[in-house]
Design a protein around this ligand. Structure first.
Ligand SMILES: NC(=O)c1ccc[n+]([C@@H]2O[C@H](COP(=O)([O-])OP(=O)(O)OC[C@H]3O[C@@H](n4cnc5c(N)ncnc54)[C@H](OP(=O)(O)O)[C@@H]3O)[C@@H](O)[C@H]2O)c1
Length: 314
C-alpha cells in the first residue's frame, strides 16, 4: 500500500509517498480501507520538524483522522464491523495511508448521509472546538473571539459558538475575503491578525499563540477566559505571565486545552454527536486532493491560503 512518510524534516518536498506492507489488524483492531484523510496545520508543523522535541523522527508516517470502510477485523472483534463506514483518529502516526489499523473502541460509525470527506472535516476539528469552548466555560450570550478562525478548528469554533447562542463572535484572519466567508459561518466582527479595532470579549479561543498572545489577553473582559488550543505562531514571549499578573484586578483565566486530556469515550461521543447533527454545520473543505499530491497539499498549507481543511483521498 501507499503511505506518506517524512523523509526529511523541513520543506514539503521532504515528504514522500512510499510502499509499505499493508498492516494486519491485531486483537481488538480493525483494518480500514481509507477513503479520506484530514490534513491541517498540525501536520505541517510535524513535517517541518518544529515538533521534533515531542519525539517525532524522520521516517515518521503521518497520522491523523481518517474515514473509510472496515475490510477485516482482528481477534475478539465482532465481524459485523466488516463493510461498515467509519471515522477514527489514528493518533499521530499511521493514518496517511491507503489502509490503516485502529482499535475497534475508537471507531465512530458514519451516518449514511455523511461523506468520508465531510467526516474528516468535521470530526477532530469540531471535537477540539467543542471541548475548547467547554474548557473556557463558554455560556449563551457571552462574546467570543476566535483567533486563527479560518483554519480547521477555527471554522468549527465559530459555528459552535453561533449555535451555542454567543452574543457576538469576533474572528481574526488574514484577509477581508476570508473574513466575509467567516461572516457566512456566524462571525459578527472581523479583525486582522493583530486584532486591531477589536473590543473586549468574555471568551477567547486561540489557535495561534505566538508573540501577540499578551495583547490578546488584554482584550478579555473582567472574569474573561482565554483558552489556547493551538500554537500556529509558536510560543508566547517568556514574560507572558507578567501580562496576566499585571491585569490581576480583572480576575482573568488563562488555560491551555488539549483533547488528549478528554477521556476517549467523551471524545467519541462528542464526535458522534457532531456527525448526528452534521446538517447544522458547514463542513469547510478547502480542496480534495489525491494522496499522491500530499506535497502539494503541504505547499498550500505553508502558503497560507487554505480556508478550512484539505482532504487527501487515496
Ligand atoms: N488542542 C488540541 O487538542 C489540538 C488538536 C489538534 C490540533 N491542535 C493544534 O491546532 C493547531 C492547528 O489548528 P488548525 O488545524 O485549525 O490549523 P490551520 O487549519 O492550519 O489554521 C490555522 C489558522 O491560523 C491562522 N494562522 C496561521 N499562522 C498564523 C500566524 N503566524 N499568525 C496568525 N495567524 C496564523 C491562519 O488563518 P489566517 O491566515 O486567516 O489568519 C490559519 O488558517 C496546531 O497548533 C495544532 O497543534 C490542537
Amino acid at each position: 500500500m501507499k503511505a506518506v512518510a517524512i523523509q526529511t524534516f523541513g520543506a514539503p518536498e521532504g515528504l514522500a509517498v512510499i510502499d509499505l506492507p499493508a498492516p494486519a489488524p491485531a486483537a481488538g483492531q480493525v483494518l480500514i480501507d481509507t477513503e479520506a484523510i484530514g490534513v491541517g496545520g498540525e501536520h505541517a508543523l510535524i513535517r517541518s520538524g518544529a515538533l521534533a522535541a515531542y519525539g517525532f523522527e524522520e521516517g515518521h508516517i503521518l497520522g491523523g483522522e481518517i474515514a473509510g470502510t472496515v475490510t477485516a477485523v482482528g481477534d475478539g472483534v465482532d465481524t459485523s464491523w466488516t463493510g461498515r463506514r467509519v471515522w477514527t483518529f489514528t493518533g499521530l502516526s499511521g493514518g496517511h495511508a491507503e489502509q490503516a489499523v485502529a482499535p475497534v473502541a475508537g471507531l465512530v460509525p458514519l451516518p449514511a448521509d455523511l461523506s468520508a470527506v465531510d467526516a474528516v472535516t468535521l470530526g477532530s476539528s469540531g471535537m477540539v472546538a467543542h471541548f475548547g469552548l467547554r474548557h473556557a466555560h463558554f455560556a449563551q450570550g457571552e462574546s467570543v473571539l476566535v483567533r486563527g478562525a479560518a483554519g480547521g478548528i477555527g471554522v468549527m469554533a465559530v459555528q459552535l459558538a453561533a449555535r451555542g447562542g454567543a452574543g457576538a463572535i469576533a474572528v481574526t484572519t488574514s484577509s477581508p475575503e476570508r473574513g466575509d466567508r467567516l461572516r457566512e459561518l456566524g462571525a459578527t466582527h472581523v479583525l486582522d491578525r493583530v486584532g486591531a479595532g477589536g473590543s473586549a470579549y468574555d471568551v477567547i479561543i486561540d489557535i495561534v499563540a505566538g508573540p501577540d498572545l499578551p495583547s490578546f489577553l488584554a482584550k478579555l473582559n473582567p472574569n474573561g477566559r482565554m483558552v489556547v488550543v493551538g500554537v500556529m505562531a509558536g510560543f508566547p514571549p517568556a514574560d507572558f505571565g507578567m501580562a496576566l499578573l499585571t491585569a490581576f484586578q480583572k480576575s482573568l483565566s488563562f488555560a491551555t486545552f488539549s483533547a488528549d486530556t478528554v477521556p476517549d469515550a467523551d471524545r467519541l461521543a462528542a464526535t458522534a454527536d457532531l456527525f448526528a447533527s452534521h446538517a447544522e454545520f458547514h463542513p469547510i473543505v478547502h480542496e480534495v486532493l489525491p494522496l499522491s499530491e500530499v506535497v502539494l497539499a503541504h505547499r498550500k498549507i505553508d502558503a497560507g491560503g487554505v480556508f478550512g481543511r484539505i482532504v487527501l483521498t487515496p
